[in-house]
Design a protein around this ligand. Structure first.
Ligand SMILES: [Zn+2]
Length: 58
């Protein structure tokens, strides 16, 4: 699905899609955070990364 999204970005007018993507990413980022150790997306409320078991200091 992510690959499809990447393809679509190059087919459709880039500006519009970048704006939409930014909105979607923005809403995702408000709920999820990126693990600084493994780079996976993690729920902002969780204290431990489910992928690498890294603890978040926050
Ligand atoms: Zn992690």
């Amino acid at each position: 699905m992510q690959l499809l999204g990447l393809l679509v970005i190059w087919i459709f007018p880039i500006g519009t899609l970048c704006g939409l993507a930014a909105l979607v990413i923005g809403s995702q980022m408000s709920k999820k955070t990126i693990c600084s150790r493994c780079g996976n997306r993690v729920e902002k409320t969780s204290q431990i990364c489910p992928h690498c078991q890294s603890h978040f200091d926050r």
